[in-house]
Design a binder for this molecule. Structure first.
Ligand SMILES: O=P(O)(O)OC[C@@H](O)[C@@H](O)c1c[nH]c2ccccc12
Length: 265
């Protein structure tokens, strides 16, 4: 049976074909070289975590396949300023439109308005998308191992590195974690959401932290409140990627502030 992830990858192939028909890598490279250099995404996470706080990657997401509408009319600039004022380390900006309602224009607008490093959150299947990410100002890209073979993952990572960007390599089980380690991934995220079944379980992070306790991984998805952060801190997590629960908050700034400090005293 085709999973939600399979369906997304299928239309990504069409999107990449359209992109290649409309532009060239050379043209995107020219745009990329006009951008301000990448802001260190991994370095920023490290800086906050080593200062004893929780390093939060806060996400701008209007809707999702699992949650449906989250905040359809969201004003991206207002949201990310609230994240910044609350003490977020970095941002994640969805640029997938069909499933998440995000655009590259969101990324570009947000990049020029804040000083936080930004992850382009999308489904990367071709190096041209990495160049495109940099052309719109991304500092980091996402490599989802469950959607890629090692050869392609390696190529995407190498392209990002050649543009000075960081890579968040996403895993969901111990087999993918072993692949990430073999690929020399410098920043690994454990997705608590099963992208095939669309359910979240923080236990996924706990199990994988036991598998590789020396890696400073990011716990992604399904993190809702201070209790969740405290629970994951016990397994060693200091880095968190949070979307839905913060998008739905009314006082986003205070909510971020509370999560940044949860369990730190
Ligand atoms: O909204 P949540 O449950 O806090 O999750 C955020 C983030 O982890 C999630 O959006 C995500 C993780 N990996 C992805 C890959 C593609 C799209 C989205 C995602």
């Amino acid at each position: 049976m085709a999973t939600a992830l399979d369906r997304i990858i299928e239309y990504k192939r069409d999107e990449v074909a359209v992109l290649k028909a409309q532009t060239t890598v050379a043209e995107l490279e020219a745009r990329a070289s006009a951008q301000e250099s990448p802001r260190g995404f991994d370095a920023r996470l490290r800086e906050i975590a080593s200062a004893g706080q929780n390093a939060l990657i806060c996400e701008m997401k209007r809707k999702s396949p699992s949650a449906g509408d989250i905040l359809p009319g969201a004003d991206p600039l207002q949201i990310v300023r609230e994240y910044e004022n609350g003490g977020a380390a970095c941002l994640s900006v969805l640029t997938d439109f069909p499933s998440f309602g995000g655009t590259l224009e969101d990324l570009e607008t947000i990049r020029s308005a804040v000083s936080m490093p930004i992850l382009r959150k999308d489904f990367m299947i071709d190096p041209i998308q990495i160049v495109e990410a940099r052309a719109y100002g991304a500092d980091c890209i996402l490599v989802i191992l469950s959607a890629l073979d090692d050869g392609l993952a390696r190529e995407l990572i190498a392209t990002a590195v050649s543009f000075g960007m960081d890579v968040l390599t996403e895993v969901h089980d111990s087999r993918e974690l072993d692949r990430a380690i073999a690929l020399d991934a410098s920043l690994i995220g454990v997705n608590n959401r099963d992208l095939k079944a669309m359910k979240t379980d923080l236990g996924v992070s706990e199990v994988l932290a036991r598998h590789a306790p020396e890696l400073e991984m990011v716990s992604e998805s399904g993190v809702r409140d201070s209790e969740d952060i405290k629970r994951l801190r016990q397994s060693g997590f200091r880095r968190f990627l949070i979307g839905e629960s913060l998008m739905k908050e009314t006082d986003r700034e205070s909510a971020v502030h509370a999560l940044v400090n949860a369990g730190t005293d």
